[in-house]
Write a protein that binds this ligand. Structure first.
Ligand code: NAD
Length: 694
């Protein structure tokens, strides 16, 4: 697991675990033994810690963390963290200079090991990530990160990095002071590390190891410190509304730990780490955001007998907002990608979109100029069909209009390769009906991307009634290749994601009609844990889109949906007032050309507000989440999902359902089953059958 080798009077400790380098009880023991062997060897004058794997050290083994959160007591978790702290302290105070030679990602516990060294050199490669992202999984650093980082780079930047869980590319990590040096080639790492050791004649340890060390700038009891912490608390509160205990514990660990000697600080960190892991939020987040997400990436729904997809040429029809971003993602994954639109202007915009994005990525050090050029060269734009011949995968992203879509299917079909797959990015039109219109129902599938497609991690894959096993398998292979987490669902109106998340917007519209002040609606939505308020969301998706889908549904099904709040609010806002959302520059919000958006001041004329007793706020917040859970349960019962666990991942990655709950189904466990049922029954009694979860 850990190899020890010698270079003259220096020792190399090389991490080489079979799959991926992670911190687990076994690997920590192996590392400790290797470390002791070189610390006690009088011939060894200095140590390099490095890795033979692509990653330096990826952090804690999350499967082991899951065992901790599911089964262990706070005391046991504390002991566990403390054991790692002791080993890292030996690195730091063992009496020999230690340098971390970082040739791959160093995250969480991996970076914390590097922090315990006396010097850090990283390979400046654009796909390496460095940082402490634990809080994004509902955890917090527990191997010295909250104590060493602020002492090393300063309290304010350390708090920012820890609380945002940011992963930095080497150049950025260097600018923040997370690593002292960068090298251009991986091969240069070890020679440079050895050179550093050879120049380090007198060994002093890290500054905070001195008994009289006291942090100078940003001490919590200093004026500057008080300012930093007050701002950090306020910012955290504004961002999370107290929904993430792990973040608050991390903040406390820094605050308290900086006021005591360093080793005491480590103890404080371990105790908050244990408390964090014991929360239901940590349990829910680890399970969904890591374990279940990994499960989906292993493609549990892929038909095993189908050989892997061998797509070479991908065609995107429609160079609008979605099409341009999807094309970018495909080219990035290595596909020769063609973008087709009827409008040359749209193509020009799409080209600019990818060029700007690439430029930004290069500037931020996330992409090498060579890779950026490669991506650009794989993208081609055309108004003609001819160059599209032999397409292995066509993703249609033209206007959400059945007639337009049907027409482009007829036009593209002759250019599709004999086994080629035709996919639609429609967000609402049933896939089976589009597949039939296209005339290749077995080779047709829904590939529903989320906006902005270059960033959103989920791909909702929708099976039509006649979609073949081969088409499904290849769609799944494609999803992994482009780096998206696939969730397979059966066909229905709004599929899974749009259907469930639409209920959140609708609940907001209902509250507006009930006279709840709009600012309160928005704040309560965010307090409930949703990323944006429902009215802001309605403006983003556009009320006009929701309204036209509603009308289309009425026509398709021959029913009246007048009860739906989108019907009445849509009629007023879209038809009468022409305020259809952000794209139109006006909706529930005003969008001044410069400056921030704000709620339209005339809303009160159409929806007179009444005072709301603050005692009712929890109920309003619950309505936002419970209405989604009830809809998700109905979808599950109807067989839209292949597995409830898929829905948890889809809800968080797809539309930002509060991660701290573990997702739209896990929320039931997070609340407690009994309590959840009682609350849902109450809401049903008071507000109607949309809260029926039976
Ligand atoms: P858009 O209006 O930005 O782009 C549509 C593009 O299609 C335009 O550039 C238009 O010129 C082009 N087009 C129209 N007819 C064409 C034809 N016959 N041949 C080639 N190109 C043609 O729309 P969008 O927001 O990118 O949405 C596209 C599709 O993606 C829709 O089906 C929509 O429902 C779906 N979708 C949208 C979102 C979203 O957030 N906007 C999310 C998921 C899915």
């Amino acid at each position: 697991m850990i190899e020890v080798s010698r270079e003259g009077s220096y020792a190399l400790l090389i991490w080489r675990m079979p799959r991926v380098n992670v911190l687990s009880p076994e690997s920590v023991t192996a590392f400790q033994e290797a470390l002791e062997s070189v610390l006690t060897d009088s011939q060894v004058r200095g140590i390099v810690i490095t890795s033979a794997n692509p990653e330096f050290l990826a952090g804690a083994d999350i499967r082991y963390v899951q065992q901790l959160v599911e089964r262990q007591s706070i005391e046991e978790i504390y002991q566990n963290s403390w054991r790692v702290q002791e080993v890292f302290l030996r690195v730091e105070t063992g009496g020999k200079p230690v340098v971390a030679a970082i040739g791959g990602s160093a995250l969480g516990g991996g970076y914390e090991l590097a922090l315990a060294c006396h010097h850090r050199i990283a390979w400046n490669a654009s796909d390496i990530e460095i940082g402490l992202p634990e809080t994004t999984l509902g955890l917090m650093p527990g191997a010295g990160g909250t104590q060493r980082l602020p002492r090393k780079i300063g309290v304010a930047p350390a708090l920012q990095l820890i609380l945002e869980g940011r992963r930095l590319r080497p150049a950025e990590a260097h600018a923040y002071g997370l690593v002292e040096e960068l090298v251009g080639q991986r091969e240069d790492l070890i020679p440079r590390a050895l050179q550093w050791l050879s120049q380090t004649s007198s060994f002093l340890g890290n500054p905070w190891n001195a008994p009289d060390y006291r942090i100078e700038q940003g001490h919590p009891q200093s004026e500057e410190g008080r300012r930093i912490f007050t701002a950090a608390i306020a910012k955290l509160r504004e961002r999370t509304y107290g929904n993430y205990p792990g973040l608050e514990y991390a903040l406390r660990a820094v605050y308290e730990g900086l006021q005591v000697p360093f080793v005491e600080g480590l103890r404080i960190e371990s105790s908050y780490f244990a408390r964090t892991l014991a929360t239901r939020e940590a349990r829910a987040m680890v399970r969904t955001l890591f374990i279940e997400r990994q499960r989906l990436l292993s493609l549990p729904h892929r038909p095993a007998q189908v050989p892997p997809a061998s797509f070479q040429k991908v065609v995107i029809l429609g160079a609008g907002m979605m099409g341009s971003a999807i094309a970018y993602v495909c080219a990035q994954a290595g596909y020769a990608t063609w973008v087709k639109d009827t409008s040359p202007q749209a193509l020009e915009k799409a080209r600019n979109f990818s060029e700007n994005l690439l430029q930004r990525e290069v500037q931020r050090g996330r992409l090498s100029p060579q890779k950026a050029q490669g991506i650009q060269q794989r993208l081609s734009y055309t108004t003609e069909y001819q160059p599209l011949a032999g397409a292995d995968l066509v993703i249609e992203a033209v206007f959400e209009d059945r007639a337009v879509k049907t027409q482009v299917y007829a036009e593209i079909l002759p250019y599709l390769s004999p086994q080629g797959v035709l996919a639609s990015n429609t967000s609402t039109l049933p896939i089976t009906s589009l597949a039939e219109a296209a005339g290749v129902p077995d080779r047709f599938i829904g590939l529903h991307f989320f906006s902005p497609a270059e960033r959103m991690p989920l791909l909702e894959i929708i099976l039509g009634k006649h979609t073949s096993q081969q088409t499904l398998a290849w769609a799944l292979d494609f999803s992994v290749k482009i780096g998206k987490v696939p969730v397979v669902v059966r066909d229905s109106r709004g599929f899974f994601t749009s259907r469930v998340f639409g209920t959140y917007v609708r609940e907001g519209l209902r509250m507006l009609m009930e006279g709840v002040p709009p600012a309160l609606i928005e704040n309560l939505g965010r307090q409930a844990g949703m990323p944006v308020g429902p009215l802001a969301l309605a403006d983003e998706v556009s009320l006009s889109l929701m309204y036209s889908i509603l009308r289309q549904t009425e026509r398709d099904l021959g029913v009246s949906l007048a009860e739906d709040p989108v019907a009445s609010v849509g009629e007023l806002f879209v038809e009468k007032l022409g305020r259809s959302g952000r794209k139109a520059g006006k909706g529930f919000y005003e969008y001044p050309p410069e400056g921030k958006k704000y709620l339209w001041s005339e809303l009160n004329r159409y929806f007179p507000s009444r005072p709301i007793d603050p005692a009712l706020y929890p109920e309003l917040r619950d309505r936002f989440l419970y209405v989604q859970v009830a809809e998700a349960l109905r979808a599950l019962k109807e067989g839209i999902l292949l597995d409830a666990r898929d829905g948890d991942v889809a809800s968080i990655l797809g539309w930002g359902f509060p991660p701290f709950t573990g997702g739209v189904f896990s929320m039931i466990e997070w609340v407690g089953e009994e309590q959840f049922r009682m609350r849902m029954n109450y809401l049903k009694m008071r507000y109607g059958d949309r809260f029926d979860a039976s």
